[in-house]
Design a protein around this ligand. Structure first.
Ligand code: NAD
Length: 302
């Protein structure tokens, strides 16, 4: 079935996601603040609207792929100069919010939608630009059962794995918890490799043992922070992302917000958030987050 879909935010992720919807036969009306993003979207068959409000006016489904919760709530509600998406959409429009944002912002966004007579779900993704381009993203969805069923055919165009995590906010909750594990485990793996270096242990020997033992994890076996053991990991291309340090710093910031809001006595995640923030603010913002090992090594004595 072909839908009329408004796509707001045609950046690194939204651009290829919208292109895949066009390729699957949907009519996609796109909007972004950046002219270059609009040009690229046009080349991919997206019809560009003059404003976000115009994009959603006749849409059955609205997808947002924006930087943060502030941008999402701002676009939903509009401001003095621009009408918001909620007011501009027709009755009972289905909103798919795919950005990575705070759980509390995701729930606030859905409350606004429902109060205005729309339907909404949070559906953040993992898989990066490569997954967005290939249409193999993993979607983590927070929605009631009926909205999930309505959204599924469209999500399946853009994703390879769609997980219904629970009610509103559960998708963002899954995303923040997963990336908290990832961020902390990459620091653990990186510290272990630097310690191994100091102890005269080769990278390959540590990898061979830990990847077959209880230290096994994705940060080691897929995104290994030293070159050699996993030839496809970003360490083999001077830490070109991959998953940029700036995004890991952002996601751990969301984790800290959630930990504070819920009163969880976590100690490692707040420290990891500081470590990635420092890395991103130095030269790591555009490097793969596994480049954190170079900072650990540089800060080590001798
Ligand atoms: P991006 O900065 O490339 O794209 C965001 C786009 O939103 C930009 O083109 C910007 O101009 C546009 N925008 C901002 N405010 C707008 C508004 N009011 N109206 C219309 N357009 C607006 O970011 P991205 O890498 O595409 O990431 C988008 C989201 O996906 C983020 O929340 C990010 O955390 C998440 N994410 C990114 C990756 C990744 O690898 N890049 C992976 C998973 C999740």
């Amino acid at each position: 079935m072909s839908n009329r879909i408004a796509f707001i935010g045609l950046g690194h992720m939204g651009g290829p996601m919208a292109a895949n919807l066009v390729a699957a036969g949907h009519t996609v009306i796109g909007y972004d603040l950046v002219p270059a993003a609009l040009l690229e979207a046009t080349a991919n068959g997206v019809t560009v609207a003059e404003s976000a409000a115009a994009a959603v006016a006749a849409a059955e489904i609205v997808i947002t792929m924006l930087p943060s919760g502030r941008h999402v709530l701002g676009a939903y509600q509009g401001d003095g100069s621009a009408a918001g998406l909620i007011a501009s959409a027709g009755p009972n429009t289905l909103f798919l919010e795919c950005s990575t944002i705070d759980v509390s912002d995701a729930r606030a966004a859905r409350d606004l939608l429902v109060a205005a007579g729309h339907r909404g779900l949070d559906a953040p993704v993992s898989g990066g630009v490569g997954g967005a381009t290939a249409g193999t993203l993993t979607f983590m969805v927070g929605a009631d059962a009926a909205d999930f069923e309505s959204a599924l055919p469209v999500l399946q165009v853009m994703g390879g794995k769609i997980v219904h995590c629970g009610e509103s906010g559960a998708g963002q909750a899954a995303k923040v918890c997963n990336n908290m594990i990832l961020g902390i485990s990459m620091i653990a793996v990186s510290e272990a490799f630097v310690l191994g270096e100091k102890l005269g242990l080769s990278h390959q020997a540590l990898f061979d043992v830990a990847s077959a033992a209880s230290g096994q994890c994705w940060a080691l076996t897929t995104n290994c922070p030293v070159p050699g053991p996993v030839p496809t990991s970003p360490a083999n291309r001077d830490y070109q992302p991959g998953f940029a340090g700036a995004l890991m710093a952002k996601d751990l910031g969301l984790a800290v917000n959630a930990l504070e809001a819920t009163g969880v006595a976590a100690e490692l995640a707040p420290l990891a958030a500081q470590i990635y923030r420092r890395f991103a603010d130095a030269d790591g913002g555009g490097r793969d987050f596994s480049g954190i090992i170079t900072e650990i090594r540089a800060n080590s004595e001798h």
